[in-house]
Ligand binder design. Structure first.
Ligand code: ADP
Ligand code: MG
Length: 682
């Protein structure tokens, strides 16, 4: 017996060059191969009489060869072989291109099983290049449910199929991790049967059952992982904070906190009293004031002699938090430092010294804060902003820094409850469901190209009124995809031909960290009128003077992403606007965009987005911090997710740390999953 970790080169027909092609699909081991699931199936089980064959609908039929195949040499490189076949219902002419072997294989007077689609013309039906097999052959391309695999250049479906079949024959399926009682309760196939049937289903119904089991399994593993993390943290002890008086902090604010902010802060303070590490998610729509909640938490930790760390996903955002929190904390006698990857070695060293000596009370930064080189004197609280960009494993890594610090996670992406459970099942949740007073909703419009002159006039009007505008494009450079606005080119056009008298700035993800930061900072200082940007500005950046956002080719973005982008305006006192442009004529797409014009409720938009796009696309690719689900992306079944979550929670409670074989195998899988999730980050 071979093992799942053995390389695929041990299989017949897979040498170094084939292995390279498989590597393009991220397949290196037998286990990878067995977990390379079909993206769909072709039902070739049913045999159809010839007269019932429908044009362009591929089907199987059994027929006798009625003459000796004749091959005609048309020209160099083109041979055509013709043969007639028949069953009791009718006759059919078959044509094969460049398939000389057909004349040897199809024998006059014998019966075969064919698979193909007829195409009609005035002389009658004809079929080109059907697959065929002898009646007594092992079914490979006919008389079966054929899996259709994700492929890569040079690798045919048949080649993948053959490799998978061999792998299944030489090694056992991945170990069972779902206990029998759970499988029985939810009608779930066993591991061995499911891993076999996903590749070799005896019927479409069995393929469905196998898929259901594997989706259940993925959710089960992930939820169990979160439950285990939660359980292991709950056992930990920390000293509870004695001084939770926030009066000086509140007094230093230029505004009073909203009711929702106060509620969230109270929940955090209650966690600080408990004597166990806090694990809390603060979820609030863009502009709901999460930063102040974070600041209050940091202040409380620092009052109790601890250091706090605030981690942001981009340098721009870290910089901005550093600016605003530094200003807030300095008069209170607290020292804030900034640590980002693009700082010079010397700057970083100085900051790290201040962190290590305890001189720095609050450290704001990017993932540079996570690196080995950063040692805290007494880290009590870790805050991550816009957490959906950090994976579960990063969360675990952060907790491991210092002495079981409190963990506060902030997310502006309103997440449907079910998905929130999936991503944040290990966290308690506080919700900011209230905006600071005086905020007016951002008026949003969807327009076509015919409105271009009016859009330009509107930009001019905002600038004349002393305000600034964002113009967001889906691409950085021209020709990444035809017909989509590219930030670099569009910025040039606006500057040269449309607004030669205005100051146009450019910001995109391919710029260097320092350049990006400078561009954004300059814009925030009012040194440009219009900023043309890609989605780099999506996260958290605050320019209260910006009152208009034009989003070009808005159909290119997800609803939640558009909502997030829109949140960059309407942050000051002046009325703000968002204009979505689209060439798209698809009614569904336009409907989707119109939904955004009607509501500013992030949760409703998120639910809508989830329904339309499924969880895989929910946050845009690779940004969710979720591991890539292999089967669950194929088809998303909310009920299965809920069942898997309930089942895994109960199982972890009762037997999660036991030595039952399923429990041991489950823990190993969780470990693998969370390392894999980490590998796909950034
Ligand atoms: P987000 O939740 O999107 O991170 P921020 O924390 O950036 O929101 O807050 C958005 C803006 O609202 C900031 O300019 C902040 O100073 C301001 N703000 C926060 N809380 C209040 C409040 N209670 N009253 C008035 N303005 C507030
Ligand atoms: Mg924020």
């Amino acid at each position: 017996m071979a093992r799942l970790t053995d390389p695929i080169t041990m299989l017949k027909g897979i040498g170094p060059s084939k292995a390279k092609q498989f590597a393009n699909l991220n397949i290196f081991t037998l286990g990878d191969l067995i977990c390379h699931f079909p993206r769909g199936y072709e039902d070739r089980t049913r045999l159809v009489p010839i007269e019932k064959l429908e044009p362009d609908v591929p089907a199987c039929f059994r027929a006798m060869v009625m003459n000796t195949p004749k091959t005609a040499h048309i020209r160099k490189g083109l041979d055509i072989t013709r043969v007639q076949v028949a069953d009791t219902s009718g006759r059919l002419n078959l044509t094969f291109f460049n398939s000389k072997y057909v004349s040897d294989q199809l024998q006059y007077g014998k019966e075969y099983i064919f698979y193909g689609a007829v195409s009609g013309d005035f002389i009658g039906y004809n079929m080109t290049n059907p697959a065929f097999e002898a009646l007594d052959s092992v079914p490979v391309t006919t008389r079966r449910v054929l899996p259709v695999y994700p492929l890569t250049a040079g690798l045919s479906n048949a080649a993948v199929l053959k490799a998978v079949r061999q792998a299944l024959a030489v090694c056992d399926a991945p170990a069972e991790i779902i206990p029998e009682e759970v499988r029985r309760q939810y009608g779930i196939l066993g591991a061995e049967r499911a891993y076999y049937a996903i590749h070799e289903p005896s019927s479409m119904a069995e393929a469905e059952l196998a898929k259901k089991r594997l989706i259940f399994e993925e959710f089960f593993v992930f939820s169990a992982g979160l439950s285990l993390m939660r359980a292991s943290r709950a056992e930990k002890k920390t000293e509870s904070y004695a001084n939770l008086d926030l009066t000086p902090f509140r007094a230093s604010l230029p505004f009073t906190l909203t009711g929702a902010q106060n509620r969230a802060i109270d929940e955090i303070l209650a966690d600080f009293r408990k004597g166990a590490p806090m694990n809390r998610l603060v979820q609030g729509d863009v502009g709901s004031g999460k930063t102040m909640v974070a600041a209050a938490a940091a202040f409380a930790a620092i009052q109790n002699g601890r250091q706090a760390a605030l981690m942001a996903p981009t340098e721009i955002l870290a910089e901005q938090h550093y600016e605003s929190l530094g200003k807030l904390f300095a008069p209170l006698g607290l020292r804030t430092v900034l640590l980002t990857g693009s700082m010079t070695v010397k700057e970083k060293r100085l900051v790290r010294e201040a962190i290590a000596s305890g001189e720095a009370d609050l450290a704001v930064g990017t993932h540079a804060l996570l690196s080995e080189a950063t040692q805290f004197e007494n880290l009590g609280l870790v805050i991550t902003d816009e957490q959906h960009r950090f994976g579960v494993s990063q969360r675990a890594k952060l907790s491991a820094k210092g002495n079981d610090p409190h963990l506060l996670v902030m997310s502006a992406t309103p997440i449907p409850r079910t998905l929130a459970l999936l991503m944040y099942g290990d966290l308690d949740v506080s919700i900011l469901d209230e905006l600071p007073p005086g905020r007016e909703p951002v008026d949003t419009f969807l327009v076509g190209e015919s409105y271009r002159a009016r859009i330009n006039a509107f930009i001019r009007k905002q600038v004349a009124g002393g305000h600034q505008c964002f113009v967001v494009c889906p691409a950085v450079e021209e020709n990444e995809e035809l017909g989509i606005k590219a930030a670099t080119v569009w910025a040039e056009t606006l500057q040269q031909t449309v607004f030669p008298d205005l100051r146009i700035a450019l910001l995109h993800g391919q710029m260097k960290g320092a350049e990006k930061e400078e561009a954004m900072a300059a814009f925030a200082r009012g040194e440009a009128d219009v900023m043309v940007a890609t989605t780099v500005i999506e996260v958290g950046v605050d320019v209260p003077n910006a009152t208009l956002m034009v989003i070009e080719d808005a159909d290119r973005f997800g609803l939640s992403q558009l909502h997030q982008l829109r949140g960059r305006v309407g942050r000051g006192k002046a009325k703000s606007y968002c204009i979505l442009t689209s060439h798209n004529k698809n009614q569904e797409t336009l409907q989707r965009l119109k939904a955004l014009c009607k509501t500013t409720d992030g949760f409703r938009i998120a639910e809508e987005d989830l329904k339309l796009r499924g969880p895989g696309d929910f946050f845009g690719s690779r940004q969710s911090g979720l591991p890539t689900f292999r089967v669950a992306n194929l088809s998303y079944d909310l009920q299965t997710l809920k069942d898997a979550q309930a089942a895994s929670a109960a199982w972890i409670d009762s037997s999660g740390t036991s030595e039952r074989p399923e429990a041991v195998a489950l823990r190993q899988r969780i470990g693998e999953l969370f390392t894999r999730a980490e590998g796909t980050m950034n």
